[in-house]
Design a protein around this ligand. Structure first.
Ligand code: ARG
Length: 250
C-alpha cells in the first residue's frame, strides 16, 4: 500500500510538473485549408510553404490570442468533415457561410466580400450566361460555385454540363486545353489567372446570395468569439486593410 501511495504521489508530481511546463509552450491550433486558391492560400513554389491572405490572417489572430498555429492542407471538399471530425480547430479557405454549411459548422463575421466570374477562353464567344447553353462548365467540388452551377444555372440552360474538379489549377488547365468551355471562379482568385493567361477572358456572374469568406469552426467552438473580436479589431486598426493591400493589391 505504501509503495502504491508513493508511486501515485510520483505520478501526481510528474503530472504537475508536466502541466507547469505546458504553460510555457503555447497551445497549437490547427488550421485546415485547401491551398489551391491564390491569393488566399497557395503553396509557395520556392519554399513549399503554404502562404496567402488567409494564412497571414490566421497568423495574426492566433498570435494576438496567444496560440501557435499550424496549417493542414487538404481538398476543399474535405474541410467541413475535418472540422466535424475534430482534425482541425478552424478553417480558413475563402469559405462562404451558406445555410447547409451553417448546419455543420459555426462561422465568423465575413472578412472578405466576393463575386463570381465566368472564365472562358477569349476566343470562345461566351459573353453572357445564356451563351453557356449546351456548354461544359467547370467548378470546384464542394464549393458554392458547384451549387450555383447545379441548382441555378443547369436547370435554366439546356444541355449545360457541370464538370467538377478538386482543385482550381485543374480547372484552369482544362480551360486552356479546351476540355471545358468555361468555369465559375471567384473574382479575387480569377484575377491572378486572367493576368497570367492572356487567352482567358471573363464576365461577372450576377448573383443574389452571399459569396464572401468567413472563418469556420466546429459547432459550439469556444474560439468563435475571440476570433471575431480580433477580426473586428483588425477591421478597425487597419491591420486587415494592410493584408488586403499586401495580397489583393486593392
Ligand atoms: N467561396 C467558395 C466556397 O465557399 C470557394 C472557396 C474555395 N476555396 C479554396 N481554398 N479552394 O465554396
Amino acid at each position: 500500500m505504501k509503495r502504491f501511495l508513493q508511486l501515485s504521489l510520483t505520478a501526481l508530481v510528474s503530472i504537475g510538473l508536466l502541466a507547469g511546463c505546458g504553460q510555457e509552450d503555447k497551445k497549437v491550433l490547427v488550421m485546415g485549408t485547401s491551398a489551391d486558391y491564390p491569393p488566399f492560400e497557395s503553396i509557395d513554389e520556392a519554399t513549399g510553404e503554404i502562404v496567402g491572405f488567409d494564412v497571414d490572417l490566421a497568423r495574426h489572430i492566433t498570435e494576438q490570442l496567444g496560440y501557435e498555429f499550424e496549417v493542414k492542407d487538404m481538398e476543399f471538399n474535405g474541410l467541413i468533415p475535418a472540422l466535424e471530425g475534430g482534425r482541425v480547430d478552424f478553417v480558413l479557405a475563402g469559405m462562404t457561410p451558406r445555410p447547409d454549411r451553417l448546419e455543420r459548422a459555426d462561422f465568423s463575421d465575413i472578412y472578405h466580400e466576393a463575386n463570381n466570374l465566368i472564365v472562358s477562353r477569349a476566343d470562345s464567344e461566351i459573353n453572357t450566361v445564356e451563351n453557356l447553353t449546351g456548354k461544359t462548365l467547370g467548378v470546384q467540388l464542394g464549393s458554392i460555385q458547384e451549387e450555383e452551377a447545379e441548382s441555378v444555372l443547369a436547370p435554366e440552360l439546356e444541355g449545360l454540363q457541370v464538370e467538377k474538379r478538386n482543385r482550381i489549377p485543374e480547372l484552369i488547365q482544362e480551360l486552356l486545353a479546351g476540355r471545358i468551355d468555361a468555369a465559375i471562379i471567384e473574382d479575387t482568385v480569377a484575377k491572378g489567372y486572367l493576368e497570367k493567361n492572356e487567352e482567358l477572358a471573363s464576365f461577372l456572374l450576377p448573383q443574389t446570395e452571399e459569396a464572401g469568406s468567413a472563418i469556420a469552426f466546429p459547432k459550439g467552438s469556444e474560439l468563435l468569439n475571440p476570433f471575431n473580436e480580433e477580426l473586428n479589431k483588425m477591421k478597425e486598426n487597419g491591420k486587415l486593410e494592410e493584408l488586403i493591400i499586401k495580397w489583393f493589391d486593392e
